[in-house]
Every structure is written in C-alpha cells, then in structure tokens.
Ligand binder design. Structure first.
Ligand SMILES: [Zn+2]
Length: 83
C-alpha cells in the first residue's frame, strides 16, 4: 500500500490501472476546479481482502484511489480503478 501526497509528484504523474487520471477535475458542487490531494495505490490487493460478506460491488484486484479536494468550497470527490 502506497499513499502519495506530494503535490510535486501528483502534478507530474498519477498511478492508474486503466484510463489516465487528470490532476484536476470540475467540482460537482460549485463547478470550480478540484485538485488531486491524495492517491492510494493498493498493489498488494489489501483492500480486496477486506470485502464484506454480501456486498454487491467491491474491488476484486489491485486498485488505485484518487481523492480530489475543491479548494473553493471544500467538497471532496474520489475515483478508483483496478487492475
Ligand atoms: Zn467546489
């Protein structure tokens, strides 16, 4: 499990198992720019192993989570994809 918080690294390159991940996205609440604040890279499938019984959706492979923060209104957004 690796957590990336350094803005210099996040601006330069984002880990992903699928599509390219943008450094910023449009905030759903105020429509301003939300910046990538944290990236969680779970290439050991530790989160997959925590699957609760009877859930419909859960990662089934290594995954990466990106958490965005709108620096205008404080709203957060997370996205994820898996191998
Ligand atoms: Zn916002």
């Amino acid at each position: 499990m690796k957590i990336v918080i350094e803005q210099s690294k996040l601006q330069k390159e984002r880990n992903t198992y699928q599509q390219e991940i943008p450094y910023s996205v449009k905030c759903r609440r105020c429509k301003e720019e939300a910046l990538l604040m944290v990236e969680v890279l779970d290439n050991e499938q530790l989160i997959r192993e925590q699957r609760p019984v009877d859930v419909r959706v859960w990662p089934h492979d290594a995954l990466v989570i990106h958490v965005y923060l709108c620096t205008h209104c404080g709203s957060m957004k997370a996205t994820w994809n898996q191998g």
